[in-house]
Design a protein around this ligand. Sequence first.
Ligand SMILES: NC(=O)c1ccc[n+]([C@@H]2O[C@H](COP(=O)([O-])OP(=O)(O)OC[C@H]3O[C@@H](n4cnc5c(N)ncnc54)[C@H](OP(=O)(O)O)[C@@H]3O)[C@@H](O)[C@H]2O)c1
Length: 258
Amino acid sequence: MTTALITGATAGIGAEFARQLAARGTDLVLVARTADRLEEVAAELRSRHGVGVETIAADLFEEPGVAAVERRVRDEADPVDLLVNNAGHGLVTDFAASPLDDEVRHLDLHVGVPLRLTHAAMQGMLARGEGRIVLISSVAAFTPRGSYGAAKAWGVSFARWANLRYRGLGVSVTAVAPGFTRTEFHERMGVATTGVPGPLWLDVRDLVRLALRDIDRGRSVSIPTLRYKVIAGLARVVPARMAAAGSLAPADRAARRR
Ligand SMILES: NC(=O)c1ccc[n+]([C@@H]2O[C@H](COP(=O)([O-])OP(=O)(O)OC[C@H]3O[C@@H](n4cnc5c(N)ncnc54)[C@H](OP(=O)(O)O)[C@@H]3O)[C@@H](O)[C@H]2O)c1
């Protein structure tokens, strides 16, 4: 029996990782801010799959929340075998107009928190000679997409190196780079998605199934679906201006354009 800890497990990609891992018989530690939603997801997975599910209601914007999750990750009495660094959110405001505090919190949630949790997990996993660490990045890591793309590029760059360094010692590190996926992400961010062509949307179930296959294989980078592999590949070779096309606008600005 293995145990997976997933941050941002009450909605979207994190909740789907929880469902698919529970279906495999993996025990879970679920992290998010909203305690009642955590309990709802946990109860459903316990009853449907008979797995053990712990919950940690923690705000990863705040030090006590990060420290609580870090403590759980380090707990060698009940080790975490798979860490999924997933919690995240988007920023729609132009960088120069964005309040500095929002930018710093955003960078911390996408880089500082996964770095700390990965560091906490790595020592125990190396001592046991096995473990898997996942960083949920984005195809935005390969395109000019403001501070969001820059933060997501950290996960890809780090996983490329860390997987080389630690995989031979039993610990794989995989960055998963999804394209547009139907979750609560864009609504929370307040962006209009009406301009995104239908074929670009991924179903969260397919996304997680493909990501888990790459994670099981110990890949350093997973870009689910051929269409997004092509997009990420092209984005690396075309001029930045072309690669930057298709950025999402805030919902009110998009409504004015129509
Ligand atoms: N959807 C996409 O198109 C897409 C594409 C590429 C990459 N991604 C990445 O995929 C990851 C998951 O996104 P999603 O689409 O599944 O988003 P989502 O549906 O909005 O879910 C976000 C999850 O993160 C939790 N969360 C947010 N802020 C948190 C905080 N400060 N502390 C603890 N938990 C927090 C939320 O729960 P609470 O609100 O209860 O805390 C929720 O469970 C993110 O890293 C995102 O950047 C998404």
